[in-house]
Ligand binder design. Structure first.
Ligand SMILES: C[S@@+](CC[C@H](N)C(=O)[O-])C[C@H]1O[C@@H](n2cnc3c(N)ncnc32)[C@H](O)[C@@H]1O
Length: 255
């Protein structure tokens, strides 16, 4: 049993089977990171429990959770990529459904490479199974707050629905690490929740759901994502597009 599973088993009344969490040889681990408190306390049921995959790891479930917008939001990321031959793209944190598969497929067209990071080894194992047909993907057991990649090694970095799950301090560190590992002239692409317009009925449906299940998400309703960027980022480096009456945002940061 690895650290993720042990930590989880110690705090919950169930045991995680060893075979569900052993590190694969293909998962590049430096020093295995600890599971952050917010993930263990708030999201254990969605990302750390082995049974979470039975429910969430279905493209149609993810699409329902996003009110039918999964395809549109995935396309919004793919449309933004400016790939050249052998680009290196980093995806920070695994995503249920078909997102990484579509990203890896797109990257393959230009012999580009996808590096996928997650702090939970159980998530990486799942991603590895899901993406096994791609030979242009590497898996890294790392915390988004403390990436072990060198500075400026990636052409583009993608962060899809991670920031709303993190407390403000962790969110800021994730963003500054993403900036650090992306080269000057490259882009960081964020897709996440945003505070919808008052005329959007989903505002009144999603507010109690997020406040109950995803408490840190409300930060992104109250403030623009730019509020969490480092102070040396200039406003003209940032552009935002909104979807579904403002419930979702894509923010592009040009470095
Ligand atoms: C990208 S987010 C949510 C994505 C989206 N809601 C979905 O449908 O999957 C979920 C992932 O973030 C990972 N994660 C959370 N905090 C992290 C951190 N500090 N570093 C790396 N991965 C993290 C979780 O382990 C989980 O696999």
């Amino acid at each position: 049993m690895n650290d993720d599973a042990r930590a989880l088993a110690e705090t919950r009344d169930y045991l995680v089977p060893d075979d569900a969490v052993q590190n694969s040889e293909q998962i590049a681990a430096h020093e295995a990171p600890c599971i952050p408190n917010y993930l263990q306390e708030t999201y254990w049921w969605a990302y750390l429990h082995p049974k979470s995959f039975l429910f969430f790891e279905r493209a149609w479930v993810v699409n329902i959770i996003l009110w039918g917008n999964m395809n549109r939001l995935t396309a919004a990321v793919l449309d933004e990529l400016q790939l050249h031959a052998q680009s290196r793209v980093l995806q920070v944190a695994c995503v249920y459904g078909d997102f990484s598969n579509r990203l890896a497929t797109r990257l393959k067209q230009s012999q580009s490479h996808l590096d996928l990071v997650d702090v939970a080894s159980i998530q990486l194992r799942n991603a590895e199974k899901k993406l096994g047909q791609h030979d242009n993907v590497s898996f890294h057991h790392q915390d988004s707050n403390d990436l072990s990649f060198s500075n400026a090694g990636f052409d583009e970095t993608v962060i899809f629905f991670l920031l709303h799950e993190q407390p403000a301090e962790a969110r800021r560190k994730t963003i500054s690490e993403a900036i650090r590992v992306t080269r000057p002239g490259g882009k960081v692409i964020f897709v996440d929740y945003h505070g919808p317009r008052r005329s959007n009925p989903l505002r009144y449906v999603m507010q109690p759901i997020l406040a109950w299940l995803e408490p840190f998400a409300m930060d992104l309703w109250r403030e623009e994502l730019a509020a969490f960027l480092p102070p040396d980022i200039e406003p003209e480096q940032v552009s935002s597009t909104f979807y579904c009456g403002g419930l979702y945002q894509k923010v592009i940061l040009k470095l």
